[in-house]
Structures are given as C-alpha cells and as structure tokens.
Write a protein that binds this ligand. Structure first.
Ligand SMILES: [Zn+2]
Length: 247
C-alpha cells in the first residue's frame, strides 16, 4: 500500500476536548504519530474493548485545533497576522504538546518561535514605521512560567531572549514587564551570571550570538535522536488554519 495514503484511509478517532466538549475526528495513524499520551490512551481503550473515543477535558479546544493542524500539516499555525500577538497561541500549543507528551511538536514550536523572533514585521499600531523585531515578553513570559516546571526549555528560551535581546524598557514599563516572581528571579540571576560570565553552558555576550545559536539548545529530542528541524514549520494567516500558507 502506498505510504502516502496510509495515514488517511483508516477510521478516525473521536476526541472530546474541553470541559464543554468540542468533538474532533482525527485519523488514528496521524493522532498517535508523536503523542505518547494519545497513543497510550487509545491502546487502553482498545484493551478495554471500548469505543475509539478519547476524552481530553482539561485542554482548550481552540489550542487543540492548532494541534490537529500541526498533526496533519507539520506546520505551526499562528491565527494572528500581528507579530506581537502571534506568540501566545504558539506558547499555548507548546504547553498542550507537553501535556500530550509530544516532544516533536514542542521542538517545532520552538523553531517557529525562533523564526518569528529573528524576523522583522510591521508595527500594527504604527503602519508607517520601519519593520521591527518582536519578542515574547510580559504576558507571554507569565504564561510560560505559570504552565511549565523549573528547568523547562521554554523558560530557558524566554530567559535568553531577555538576557540577549531585552532592553531595560522591558522591565521598567509595567505594560511590558513579566510579573511572575520566578521569571524575575531567573532574570536577576541570569543578569548577575552574565555580568560575572559564569552563565551555565555556553557564555553568550552579544545579541547576534543568541541569533546564531542552534535551536537544538531549546529542543527536547536529546543528543541521541535526530533533530527533525529540516523544513519550514511556521505559518500565519488570520482564520485560515487549513490553508498551507507559508510564512
Ligand atoms: Zn534539534
């Protein structure tokens, strides 16, 4: 059988997502390709002789929709065309993928985040201004710290963004600053380490070194596994999640 049709010819699995469940149907081979949680859940259902139905009550259907898009298209979708607000949906997808034990999805979200950070985009509030770079700050950092454990690669990425690309305005301006205590403690420690050049791992001094750093620093695949970051993974386009619109 052609491998290109194998993913879609089988029966779909029914997923009930959210507290007030929204129903999704996803082909089994696609659904179980990289999520250990979903693979195990489906196997348990089979062994119990139950229907091909999985409940995921704790997840947000909107974020799960982006996850299904990733499963079928291998691209990280940003529902916003606004560079500044594009980060939250991607961060929420990373957190959902963490819950579903899907490290491949998490690594590709990291790639998409870095792609956005390294790109310049227009200021929606000032269309006449030159395109500029946008970073996840303030609310986005709080989102990460409130939903990830100590030592998370995503926390490390937020921290490094601040250490190597941040300005004092990110901290002084209450509308831009993170209010999360752990985030501020990490940032303070990181800045002290940077000052005394004892930053754990590679010592980075300049913003361009952060830009040139391999995404693998923030990936979960481990040293013994192939990276998988071999194709473009990000896209954006308002309310067009099912179109393959490359960024
Ligand atoms: Zn990697």
């Amino acid at each position: 059988m052609l491998t290109s049709v194998r993913s879609y010819h089988g029966e779909p699995v029914k997923l009930l997502v959210g507290a007030e469940p929204v129903i999704f149907y996803v082909h089994e081979e696609v659904l179980t390709r990289s999520s250990i949680f979903l693979r195990t859940a489906l196997k348990d259902k089979w062994e119990e002789g139950q229907s091909r139905q999985i409940k995921v009550p704790a997840e947000d259907p909107v974020v799960f929709h982006d996850y299904v898009h990733w499963l079928y298209h291998a691209k990280i979708h940003c529902p916003s065309v606004d560079a500044e607000t594009c980060y939250s949906p991607m961060l929420l997808l990373y957190i959902l993928a963490d819950n579903l034990l899907d490290t491949a999805c998490q690594d590709r979200v990291v790639d998409a985040l870095l792609l956005h950070m390294r790109d310049k985009a227009p200021d929606p509030g000032d269309p006449g201004a030159s395109p500029t770079r946008w970073f996840p700050i303030g609310f986005d950092v709080d989102l990460v710290y409130e939903n990830t454990p100590k030592g998370s690669f995503l926390r490390r990425l937020m921290l490094d963004t601040h250490l190597y690309q941040g300005t004092s305005n990110w901290i002084r301006n209450p509308e831009l600053a993170s209010l999360n205590v752990e985030s501020l403690a990490d940032l303070s420690a990181g800045l002290l380490d940077k000052v005394y050049r004892v930053h754990a791992g590679a010592v980075l001094d300049k913003p361009e070194q952060f830009d040139a750093q391999s995404p693998c620093v923030y990936h979960k695949h481990g040293a013994d596994k192939r990276c998988g970051a071999d194709k473009q993974v990000a896209e954006k386009g308002k309310d067009a999640p099912d179109q393959d619109q490359d960024m």
